[in-house]
Design a protein around this ligand. Structure first.
Ligand code: IPE
Ligand code: IPE
Ligand code: MG
Length: 267
């Protein structure tokens, strides 16, 4: 197997070799990523935080291509949390203009590659320019049947659940929903991710080991992959390594290991 050395003299396995190890019959249907560490990446280079966000956009592009190539059906990227409004206004403004710039630049590629772009989160609270750009790309890619790419914008897992409960409450008030009929499926259908499989794999970069209010309901049984790599350094190789790590896990969903192995052996 061929390896090459990076600046840090780490042994790095090239993407083609990693790709060949991926088992296409055991791919995660949905991968969610908490793209963290842009600020630290920039600070380590003496650059403004926004330089990290800019470089992070390149990681997003690389990972979207990698997900499409390997055959992942749904990719959800956490781009801006509800809590991120607490950051300095100048950083928020630049992030919003970076979002518009990114979508304008990426839309032709999304159309070429059949990517269906969607947003999750409360879009009503985005600045009007950003909201219109997002909605435009969502509607112009709605007919695509390739990778489903969700960008989480002004997203909070608890807020999503609150909005879902309100939605169900309005139906009860109208008399179109019987409270006794509310089950887990009904709640899943009222969330922003309605109709999508739950993430099988959740990746967080930058060494932090927390969920930060991301997909709280949907990640109930996700496999978690944490990496020290900062998001601006995250590329196809890192994504493939996370998939390979996922493929080594035994997902038990409450069963015993013996039961799971019996299932695999068709017993
Ligand atoms: C993630 O990187 C991007 C956003 C949350 C918008 P950060 O900006 O959080 O980077 P760190 O965590 O400060 O390094
Ligand atoms: C989570 O990262 C949100 C996004 C990646 C968009 P943060 O950097 O905001 O999370 P905390 O503050 O470290 O929990
Ligand atoms: Mg962070």
């Amino acid at each position: 197997m061929a390896f090459f050395r990076t600046e840090q003299t780490q042994l790095v396995e090239p993407a083609a070799s990693l790709r060949a190890q991926v088992d296409p019959s055991r791919l995660p249907a949905h991968v969610a990523i908490i793209m963290d560490g842009n600020g630290r990446w920039a600070r380590r280079r003496g650059l403004p935080r926004i330089a990290g966000h800019r470089r992070g956009a390149e990681s997003a592009r690389a990972v979207i291509t990698a997900a499409r190539t390997v055959g992942v059906g749904v990719l959800t990227l956490y781009a801006f949390s509800i809590e991120n409004w607490k950051r300095p206004k100048s950083e928020i403004d630049t992030l919003m203009s970076l979002l518009v710039e990114y979508l304008k630049k990426e839309e032709p590629g999304m159309r070429e590659n059949g990517i269906r772009f969607c947003a999750i989160g409360d879009l009503d609270l985005l600045p009007p320019g950003a909201r219109e750009t997002v909605q435009g790309v969502v509607s112009r890619t709605a007919g695509h049947s390739g990778l489903r790419l969700n960008l989480a914008l002004n997203y909070g897992g608890r807020d999503e659940i609150v909005r879902a409960v309100r939605r169900l409450g309005r139906e009860i008030a109208k008399g179109t929903l019987d409270p006794a009929s509310i089950d887990e499926t009904a709640i899943s259908r009222a969330l922003d991710t309605a109709g999508l499989p739950d993430p099988d794999l959740l990746i967080r970069t930058s060494g932090e080991k927390r969920i930060s209010n991301f997909l709280l309901w949907q990640t109930a049984y996700a496999e978690l992959h944490f990496t020290e790599t900062l998001w601006p350094d995250f590329r196809e190789e890192d994504f493939l390594k996370a998939i390979l790590d996922f493929q080594k896990r035994e997902r038990r969903f409450g069963l015993t290991g013996e039961q799971v192995r019996d299932q695999h052996n068709g017993r």
